[in-house]
Design a binder for this molecule. Structure first.
Ligand SMILES: [Fe+2]
Ligand SMILES: [Fe+2]
Length: 204
């Protein structure tokens, strides 16, 4: 099972490390926390897509492809919110997102605009890939059958997003460059996952 997931994660998403298996039981212990984290994850995806449209409107496909993703991600936010309310739970406060902060710190600051554009897209691709992998784990590991299906739907949707961000990068930038930088990101992300899990942080 562990082997299987690890292989899947590598094959489908390129991720170098699987999520800590203890995460599923953690998720079950505090559904309010996990749904709150998840809701903000969707909110950030929507917000980041709006920012990308604003910042890179001279890349027409960024505008046409990401505009509907904003709606979709906000729809996800509303689904998670409805799930919280249905269970008599509340949307908590947004906590500091170490995982995303660490990814952002790896983005290049100076250099060319293209380079920053590439890093912005690859950051989103990674967040989507990692969410997809975690939703897969939840959809397989949770006790509650309804919630397993709930997470299966998110998993499928995030898998589509992950490929979209890579495709957008390849539309406008050299494919070899995209591949090379993506591999650097994968190595870095694995280190981030390792450092957060050692400390026992919750990550979405
Ligand atoms: Fe989403
Ligand atoms: Fe997404």
């Amino acid at each position: 099972m562990e082997e299987q997931l690890s292989q899947d994660a590598k094959n489908i998403l390129g991720l170098q490390l699987p999520t800590d298996p203890r995460w599923v039981s953690l998720a079950e212990m505090s559904l309010e926390d996990i749904l709150t984290d998840h809701a903000y994850c969707e909110q950030k995806a929507a917000t980041t897509c709006i920012t990308l449209v604003q910042r890179y409107s001279d890349y027409p496909k960024v505008v046409t492809e990401l505009a509907p993703i904003v709606t979709e991600e906000w729809g996800h936010f509303r689904l998670v919110l409805a799930e919280l309310h249905k269970r008599g739970l509340k949307l908590g406060l947004q906590r500091k997102d170490e995982y995303v902060n660490k990814l952002i710190s790896f983005q290049q600051r100076g250099g060319s605009r293209e380079g920053r554009f590439l890093d912005a897209l690859l950051t989103m691709a990674l967040i989507e890939a990692r969410s997809c992998e975690r939703f897969k784990r939840l959809s397989e590991g949770l006790e509650d059958e309804y919630l397993r299906k709930f997470y299966r739907r998110f998993m499928e949707s995030e898998a589509g997003h992950y490929t979209l961000f890579i495709e957008l990068a390849e539309t406008y930038l050299d494919k070899d460059l995209v591949r090379k930088r993506w591999n650097e990101w994968l190595v870095y992300e694995a280190e981030v996952i390792k450092s957060l899990e050692v400390r026992g942080d919750r990550i979405h």
